[in-house]
Ligand binder design. Sequence first.
Ligand SMILES: Cc1ncc(COP(=O)(O)O)c(C=O)c1O
Length: 375
Amino acid sequence: MSFEFDRIIDRDPKYSFKWNRYKGRDIIPCWVADMDFAAPESVRSAISEFNQQGVLGYLKPEEYDEGRQAIVDWLEYRHGCRIPEEWIVWMPGVVPGFNIACRAYSEPGDSLIVQTPNYPPILQAHKNHQLESLAVPVLQTDNGAELDFDLIEKYAARSRSKIMILCNPMNPNGKVLSPESLQNLGSICDKHELILVSDEIHCDLIIEPGVKHTPAFSLESLQHRSVTLMSAAKTFNIAGLGVSFGVIPDATLRRRFTKAANGLAPWANVLGLLATTAAFNGGRQWHTELLNYLRQNRELIKNAINNTAGLEMHSGEATFLAWIDARGLGHADPQQWFEQRGIGPSPGADFGADGFARVNFGCSRKQVQLIIDRL
Ligand SMILES: Cc1ncc(COP(=O)(O)O)c(C=O)c1O
């Protein structure tokens, strides 16, 4: 079977957030976490077949058994955990998921712990719920980025600390937490009765050989105090369909979560449910090839970046995002430096890290080469 990762798809900016930003300018958009690959054939045909009947009415996610079964099978296939179907809660996105969790498990005036740098909507979540944000900068170790457990524990011990939103694998730096690190975090959460909301949207995009993801729900210490948020959106490039799911083992936490979502979060939509199911059931070989393709893209990008004076690429165990330390350029505005060369990354400042840039290499090899040439 051959897959089409090399195919250049001329995306119409009218339908693409990513391509609209630099419309009409000779700048390659390498910013938002959206790949330029067509979704697997299984996804496209599931949507086309469904569209044959033309009726786009309601489908209640909880009544769509194939969807839950597809998630259960996928989690077993990818992460070796067979979960009961009732742990699954469909959501219209991971961002709504962690915001609903804030609403469910905290009150205005409480505190929310987050690691930094981080995905901007995680950094902003506290503002939506009148929470105090307790930011914990990740540490740079010989083994790459690591959580600062001492600071997390110090913050967790405060009486108004109720939740931590974890991003694992980390966006922007692509670091995957080891089982031991997650275990440490689990013990802190357990000791201080903190709810861990674990955003694991990038967990099926691990490209570093030998590195494995540990889902939060798989740890005993976290089973009664975690919400794990996952999605097929990044992995299978279906983010525009707005669909994700939470895995919440504890029945009380699950009830509180669904109650907080009631009337605010719409049901995951029918096309998203079908696409997730078709991706998990029929996209496995596509996914294996994708990881190989991304790994090669990463190697090319990493070599080019590390050979460019003033730039250094960090980690990159997971995702199609290169996290670049551009402070060595000595340029006041690294974003401008990249854009002047015809490359449009995400500014590090959006993630809470001035002097950094994030380059999306989820694109054809030809485009990766063009980025490298422009560097
Ligand atoms: C860490 C992280 N969480 C969530 C999202 C977005 O999730 P959704 O579109 O399902 O709300 C992204 C998208 O880039 C992300 O990187």
